[in-house]
Design a protein around this ligand. Structure first.
Ligand code: FES
Length: 75
């Protein structure tokens, strides 16, 4: 089973062994390790993967699955 977790003010974290990431031509990106994260802030120099830049560029996002739900502390 695959789970994609939207991290608070961070990337999309992809957990699972059965997924792949492809570009617009259908070509598959090589994934060095699992789990992995996909950039949501636009600042990574290793797109589409997260390189940790979000923690330095002040990226903030407010989407939660249940609007108004109590936030857990950011990890
Ligand atoms: S979300 Fe981590 S570098 Fe963009």
């Amino acid at each position: 089973m695959t789970t994609i977790t939207v991290r608070q003010n961070g990337p999309y974290c992809f957990e699972g062994d059965d997924g792949k990431v492809v570009d617009w031509n259908g070509n598959e990106y090589q994934i060095a390790k699992r789990p992995f994260s996909l950039c949501r802030c636009g600042g990574s120099i290793n797109k589409p993967f997260c390189d940790g830049t979000h923690s330095r560029n002040g990226f903030q996002a407010a989407e939660a699955a249940v609007p108004g739900s109590a936030d857990k502390p950011a990890v």
